[in-house]
Design a protein around this ligand. Structure first.
Ligand code: BGP
Length: 460
């Protein structure tokens, strides 16, 4: 049956400045934590390509945007690099201003709406040295950066996002050692989470005060957390995971308040962050207009069964365990669960508990390691990705039919891009990037298939 999507639905793909631009040492850009880490500890990374190169969007953007148009995208979500735009934290780098102007203007000329995010894990090293998200000075510096972006580009960019997946910065940077600064400390992690939510609210305040003709929001990776059973303790464990990893940002962003159960938990564990009353007012008064949802996989949770060593420093997983749902379908090429219904459950949650705020899928996608093996007749035959996107779109369509206020779908990603510790291990794009051939692009089967869906606004 044909599934027609709403009029003016945004069809696109998502990426970020640090994962696509490259050119990280030229034209005045200052280093980020990723540049620093790749230089000082390259052994942590898969492969030899670092953030200085990536897929060369900085130089290839005109061709790249032409390719977007070829597959009928009408929107593209990426980010601005703080370290490129304000290398010393204060002064606009004219070359960066010029670059983003050219990208935005080219997108608009091709009918591709720019959805612009301000922070995608790419803390400038200068700001990290001041304490990163633990520091109030950095919160203020970020607000200045946001204001600068609104002033320079706010006449043409109508959809802004303050952060991509802020909980990932908390988890990977301050609990699990996947991102610099590699801290393992739950109290510091809570402070980082609070300061990020505050920084987001401050940027939203500045945006609304500037009275620009557009909307602003935040991008969150929502992970529906399903309990193993109806057993009270399994349900409580899954609820706690939902509180810690979803509602810790979703509630302040949409409702302007933190869930009382989360405050109780944080207080009971002596993890309260430092804050002032005016911070809470700022969060309460500056909620989002629109929400970006990144969805890859759910969490399957059960009560904690293995005892915790009392001498061990507190960590979230002391209060729950992940379990392997016997019916789960795994992506054999990346190791993540594939559960398309999760997108529907997220939509229902937003409708029932978050006032049906306008939202869109800002990322959803399927990573594949060693994707070259699917190359045949000059094209990656990624039927698995077609199935993946089709199944997710089916559930999304059903949710929209039932009243979900979803205005777009963006796959991760447009052209295979660089990724954090994995660099180019997992490929995600509608376009294949051939690194051996100056990052040449070749459309994949999924890109061609999707070009029809986007053109017709219909899933067949
Ligand atoms: C999201 C991030 C993206 C991207 C994606 C795929 O969490 O917002 O930046 O990297 O995940 O993940 P990975 O590249 O680790 O496979």
């Amino acid at each position: 049956m044909k599934k027609v999507f709403p009029k003016d639905f945004l069809w696109g793909a998502a990426a970020s400045a640090p994962q696509t631009e490259g050119a990280s040492t030229i034209d005045g850009k200052a280093p980020t934590i990723w540049d620093h880490w790749f230089e000082t500890e390259p052994e942590r990374f898969w492969g030899e390509i670092g953030p200085a190169e990536t897929s060369r969007f900085y130089e290839m953007y005109p061709e790249e945007i032409d390719n977007m148009k070829k597959i009928n995208m009408n929107s593209y979500r990426t980010s601005i690099s703080w370290a490129r735009l304000l290398p010393d934290g204060k002064t606009v780098n004219p070359k960066a201003k010029d670059f983003y102007n050219r990208v935005i203007d080219k997108q608009l000329a091709e009918g591709i709406e720019p959805l612009m995010n301000l922070f995608h894990f790419d803390m400038p090293m200068l700001m990290q040295e001041k304490g990163g998200w633990e520091s109030r000075e950095v919160v203020e510096a970020y607000q200045f950066y946001a204001e600068t972006c609104f002033e320079l580009f706010g006449d043409r960019v109508k959809k802004w996002f303050t952060f991509n997946e802020p909980i990932v910065v908390v988890e990977c940077g301050y609990l699990y050692q996947f991102h610099y600064p590699c801290v393992v400390d739950m109290k510091r992690a809570v402070q980082v989470a609070f300061n990020t939510a505050l920084a987001s609210a401050k940027a939203i305040k500045s945006y609304h005060e500037a009275k620009l003709d557009g909307q602003i929001g935040i991008i969150l990776n929502l992970t529906p957390s399903y309990p193993r059973s109806e057993d009270k303790e399994d349900v409580a464990a899954a609820n706690l995971v939902d509180l810690l990893f979803n509602r810790s940002f979703l509630d302040p962003a949409v409702k302007g308040t933190y869930p009382q159960e989360l405050i109780d938990f944080i207080q009971a564990k002596d993890l309260m962050p430092t804050y002032g009353e005016s911070d809470l007012t700022c969060i309460a008064e500056n909620t989002i207009d629109i929400l970006g949802v990144n969805y890859y996989q759910p969490r399957r949770i059960q009560k904690r069964e293995t005892p915790v060593d009392p001498n061990e420093a507190i960590m979230p997983e002391h209060f729950y365990e992940n379990y392997e749902w016997p019916e789960r379908v795994m992506n054999p090429h990346r190791g993540w669960e594939i559960y398309p219904k999760g997108i529907y459950d997220i939509a229902v949650n937003i409708k029932e508990n978050y006032g049906n705020i306008p939202w869109y899928i800002s990322e959803n996608g399927m990573g594949v390691e060693g994707e070259e093996k699917f190359l045949k007749d000059g094209m990656i035959q990624d039927d698995y990705r077609i199935e993946f996107v089709g199944d997710h779109l089916s559930y999304l369509h059903q949710a929209i039919e039932e009243g979900a206020n979803c205005f777009g779908y963006h796959m991760w990603t447009f052209a295979d891009c660089w990724s954090w510790l994995n660099t180019y291990k997992n490929r995600y794009g509608y376009y294949q990037v051939d690194l051996a051939d100056k990052a040449a692009r070749h459309v994949k089967k999924s890109g061609l298939w999707m070009s029809q869906v986007m053109k017709e606004n219909t899933l067949e």
